[in-house]
Design a protein around this ligand. Structure first.
Ligand code: ATP
Ligand code: MG
Length: 337
């Protein structure tokens, strides 16, 4: 007889995006990592895209960003976030308690780990596990970690860069750069345009500038016409930005990533390194989409680099795989039950 079980819920708790997967249903949500909270006697919270509207419309609600630089920046709103993610995935009324796997930054401190696990338990999880982002990303990209072979994974998100050599469901060596990711590159480009042109760009324009002009390594200069606001006179202006202007920010973004990869390689035993040289490096996270980054890493390491086609989904897919293999993976997971 088959036992009837609760749902299996995977949550990738990213700095800017929270993605939720339910076994058998696929990805059921991809929402901004934001919560609007009403304190006081009648506590309430709204999660995701609607948190922005709620906070704007209702002065009793405050907008919170639970994760910053890959870390739990606001414990109370992080607990609400986990609670709401589980309600979204498994409903409020449940007969069977769900199993939950949450992907987190590998250098997340112990206290923050316990706080997330407690939040999942309070939200009604039967078991709750944390999975480090590089392991999640590798599993999500289809790498099977059960054998003795070595693998190297780079996860570049909005708020952190997580690099790890993996083998036997565990991390052999790793470097995690908290605060180093797409948001920092974004801020650098916005500053650069302000300094160079005296113009302030809105967030969507900065994203557009990065997507169409930022390119790591030698390339023919490209140009993009955008609209912005004069920093002095607050008047709308049009301006042309060139890809050459991106170079300083790109160097500041790419060098720490290459240094982290070098350090991980230096810490990895030769036998595993031979596997990695044969198999290649896996590049995941939204930041993997930066043009030319794969080639720059390949050039610096002499190892082939594979980029997933939807790199921002590696980690959440990995939580799905982990949910199916909880028994095998216990060694790699921190959990409560
Ligand atoms: N074409 C692109 N070039 C460069 N960066 C990009 C591109 N597309 C998306 N990004 C960056 O990817 C980042 C989002 O990645 P992702 O969704 O993996 O982050 P996250 O999981 O929320 O954060 P983290 O894992 O750091 O906690 C954004 O900062 C965005 O700027
Ligand atoms: Mg992420």
């Amino acid at each position: 007889m088959q036992t009837v079980l609760g749902k299996k819920v995977g949550i990738d708790l990213g700095t800017t995006t929270t993605r939720i997967i339910v076994k058998g249903e696929g990805m059921i949500a991809s929402e901004p990592t934001a919560v609007a909270i009403r304190g006081g006697g009648m506590q309430a919270a709204v999660f995701g895209e609607s948190a922005f509207e709620t906070a704007a419309d209702d002065p009793e609600f405050q907008l919170k960003h639970p994760i910053a630089r890959g870390e739990v920046a606001d414990a109370a709103s992080a607990r609400w976030l986990v609670n709401h993610a589980m309600i979204r995935a498994a409903g409020r009324q449940r007969i069977f308690k769900p199993d939950v796997v949450i992907a987190v930054m590998s250098s997340l401190p112990g206290g923050q780990r316990r706080s997330l696990l407690e939040a999942a338990a309070l939200a009604g999880a039967r078991t709750a596990y944390l999975l480090d982002a590089p392991l999640a990303a590798a599993m999500g990209a289809g790498i099977r970690l059960s054998g003795p072979n070595g693998h190297l994974v780079i996860d570049i998100g909005a708020g952190k860069t997580d690099v790890a050599a993996l083998a036997l469901e565990g991390t052999v060596s790793g470097r995690c750069l908290a605060g180093h990711g797409g948001m920092r590159l974004h801020a650098c480009v916005a500053d650069q345009v302000r300094k160079e042109h005296g113009v302030i760009l809105d967030a969507a324009t900065v994203e557009e500038v990065i997507a169409s002009l930022a390119r790591v390594g030698p390339h023919e200069e490209r140009r993009l016409d955008v609209m912005g606001m004069g920093a002095e006179d607050q008047q709308e202006v049009s301006l042309t930005i060139t890809s050459t202007e991106m170079n300083g920010c790109l160097d500041a973004h790419v060098h720490p990533i290459l240094a982290a990869v070098d350090a991980v390689i230096a810490d990895t035993p030769g036998r595993l390194l031979a596997d990695i040289q044969r198999e290649g490096i896996l590049l995941c996270g939204g930041g993997a989409q930066l043009e030319g980054l794969d080639r720059a890493i390949a050039g610096a390491t002499g190892i082939e680099v594979h980029r997933e086609s939807q790199p921002q989904l590696c980690a959440v897919r990995g939580t799905g795989y982990a949910l199916d293999n909880l028994d095998v993976l216990k060694r790699a997971l921190m959990y409560i039950r």
